[in-house]
Design a protein around this ligand. Structure first.
Ligand code: DX5
Ligand code: ZN
Length: 242
């Protein structure tokens, strides 16, 4: 069955309450999140440190949809099995993280997880060309990775358009990560992105005891992209599907 190319909102728990991940995930899924995006940072590939496989395993039982793990780490290879065992549905590695991205993608798929490839803002779309048949998702970074709440880099929108053309009829998602909000989401959806990672714009104004703002924020993004997405050829949506 072809993949679901309708727009999916993937809140990044980088913007959630770190002391309350289980409840935050339950709240944001109840408020309409399609996937849950988990940002893993090592203080080496990016100038920030978040969490590792043990934390991913701990939150896994709270995720009913899709656990989308974004590895901003170098090296990647020694940790792939641990993130797969932690229950990641999708494991995304950066093309810039080490010399062996081809081998890394093979290793991710060998675990049974779906393989994602992330491109930093300074990396051209062409970097993905030799890898298109090895990936299930391409993550276009629209900020320099490392922190939430940064300003969307508009020059990255064209990369989404280029990748959409390059992908053709392959079953590959295009995810956009960084600075996504109701003003920028329509631009990337129109260019062909179908997975929109959003941290601060989803979690702002809410909390586990007052989660309605999460739903309002998610709906604001969805409403903004409506009718501006490249028409999916198979528009069916199933919660928890990749
Ligand atoms: C950045 C992370 C993003 C980040 C997005 O390094 O990969 O997922 O959490 O946060 P916002 O939506 O706040 O830009
Ligand atoms: Zn991310």
């Amino acid at each position: 069955m072809p993949i679901d190319r309708s727009v999916k909102i993937a809140p990044s728990i980088l913007a959630a309450d770190f002391a309350n991940f289980g409840a935050e995930i339950g709240a944001v899924e109840a408020q309409g999140a399609d996937w849950v995006h988990v940002d893993v940072m090592d203080g080496h590939f990016v100038p920030n440190i978040t969490f590792g496989p043990a934390m991913c395993a701990a939150i896994r039982p709270h995720i009913k949809t899709v656990m989308d793990v974004h590895l901003m780490i170098d090296p990647v290879a020694p940790y792939i099995d641990a993130f797969a065992q932690a229950g990641a549905d999708i494991i995304t590695a950066h093309v810039e993280a080490g010399p062996h991205i081809h081998r890394t993608l093979q290793a991710i798929r060998a675990t049974g997880a779906k393989a994602g490839l992330a491109l930093n803002p300074g990396t051209p779309a062409d970097a993905a060309a030799p890898l298109l048949d090895m990936v299930d998702l391409i993550c276009v970074m629209t900020v320099n990775p490392g922190f939430g709440g940064q300003k969307f880099i508009h020059s990255c929108v064209h990369k989404v358009t280029e990748l959409r053309k390059m992908i053709g009829d392959r079953d590959v998602h295009i995810e956009v990560d960084g600075g996504v909000d109701p003003s920028t989401a329509p631009l990337v959806a129109a260019a062909g992105a179908d997975v929109l990672v959003a941290g601060s714009s989803v979690f702002k104004g809410g909390s586990v005891s007052d989660p309605q703002p999460y739903g309002e924020n998610i709906r604001a993004i969805r409403t903004a992209v409506q009718d501006r997405q490249v028409r999916p050829s198979h528009p069916q949506r199933a919660s928890g599907s990749t």
